[in-house]
Design a protein around this ligand. Structure first.
Ligand code: ATP
Ligand code: MG
Length: 371
């Protein structure tokens, strides 16, 4: 009997962690990435080349039983072509929606999921009108290819419009009301091939310079009301897209409401704590879902935190000397603003977790790129 092989579009750290979880279930992996040093390459076969290369597409499709993606900027055409040959999960429609902020917001609106006020921008005049309608402060964003806060400018006053247009104009944009949120939270949901769903407890996320730095799970002072609201919204998206796999939705919590910011049709950075902090990790549950296996429990095991390691790496031994800290390195070269790894903290109580986070922050503060 030959092993089941999963093809993964993208070979970054998410692909690497999917493979680490999938290997224990007996799955094999073929990755496709345009980077010959892709971090997932050590955990499976790596095909190197552009995502529109027809030769690689043939080889990739011929060597796998089903496909997934770990990176949402994979061309939709590639995913659709693959879907004619093998099951592609999550469905290419989820990829298409999440690649364009306006489509994403239109889906949320259609499903009665609140979003920040926004307007589509094509021209300089649109921007002036949208600033009147949406109001300032607002965030001007490119509709496609944004990540880690790239392609975004906060507009505080009218005189900021010109510079922002000079910096971002020329491609389709969106202007969003700047939400003075109480906090940012995300929900991770998973749906299996038969439509059964499971949800992790909501996660509280802290960003700096548009990059996720710290996640706390379950989110402090999480009310059942907020959890239910997030699960209800996620259910609408999962079912509307006939989704299989893990889905993440990022929200702004504002005055007791959840406003959807964006979704990711894949495992998500805010869910890395689940490796040690949940009964079944987001990576394992994604693999279980797409391989047609039963889902595992999404229950949290105590209180967890996840700290991203960005730009530079600390000494491994210094991190491992902290009780309750688990280190995950992605095998990437250091570089400004690059996510190189993360640390998970697991603890029996939230107080103990917060204490350990404080110790780790002190260790990491000797690094140039502080948390
Ligand atoms: N409308 C908004 N109001 C207030 N803050 C915002 C708004 N849009 C974005 N932000 C802030 O910028 C961060 C990054 O924005 P967003 O999630 O849209 O971008 P991204 O580049 O796709 O990020 P990532 O891929 O890392 O999640 C948000 O998590 C939030 O902290
Ligand atoms: Mg985001």
């Amino acid at each position: 009997m030959s092993a089941t092989t999963c093809g993964c579009l993208g070979g970054g750290q998410l692909g690497r962690m999917l493979a680490l979880a999938g290997h224990t279930l007996g799955l094999r992996f073929v990755f496709w990435d345009n980077n010959p040093e892709a971090p997932a390459g050590e955990l499976g076969k790596l095909l190197v080349g552009h995502y529109s290369d027809p030769d690689i597409l043939q080889r990739f499709a011929a060597s796998i039983d089903f496909a997934t993606y770990e990176f949402e900027n994979v061309p939709v055409d590639t995913a659709q072509f693959l879907a004619q040959r093998v099951p592609v999960m999550p469905p290419p429609a989820a990829l298409e929606v999440s690649q364009e902020r306006l489509h994403e917001k239109a889906l949320f609106r259609k499903l009665d999921i609140p979003t920040p006020a926004h307007a589509a921008i094509e021209t300089r005049r649109d921007l002036t009108r949208a600033a009147d309608r949406v109001g300032l402060p607002a965030v001007l964003k490119t509709r496609r290819f944004g990540y880690d806060g790239k392609g975004q400018i906060v507009l505080k006053k009218r005189s900021d419009l010109r510079g922002a247009w000079d910096a971002l104009g020329g491609v389709p944009l969106i202007l969003e009301k700047h939400v003075p949120f109480d906090r940012e939270v995300s929900v991770l949901a998973v749906r299996d091939r038969r439509g059964r769903r499971a949800f992790y407890p909501l996660i509280e996320n802290h960003h700096r310079d548009g990059i996720l730095r710290l996640s706390l799970a379950p989110a402090p002072a999480l009310s059942p009301r907020l959890q239910t609201m997030a699960e209800d919204y996620a259910t609408r998206v999962l079912d509307a897209l006939e989704y299989t796999g893990v889905l993440a939705i990022e929200f702004f919590e504002y005055k007791g409401k959840l406003l959807a910011n964006e979704m990711a049709p894949r495992v998500h950075n805010s869910g890395h704590w689940t490796i040690e902090g949940a009964e079944t990790s987001q990576f394992e549950n994604h693999m279980r879902a797409i391989a047609g296996l039963p889902l595992g429990s999404t229950s949290a095991l105590g209180h967890s935190a996840m700290l991203n390691l960005i730009g530079t790496l600390p000494e491994t031994a210094e991190i491992l000397a902290v009780p309750g800290a688990h280190l995950h390195l992605y095998g990437k070269r250091p570089g400004p603003k690059r996510k190189l790894g993360h640390i998970t903290v697991t603890a029996a109580t939230s107080q103990e977790r917060d204490k350990t986070v404080a110790v780790l922050r002190a260790v990491l503060s000797t690094n140039k790129d502080k948390l």
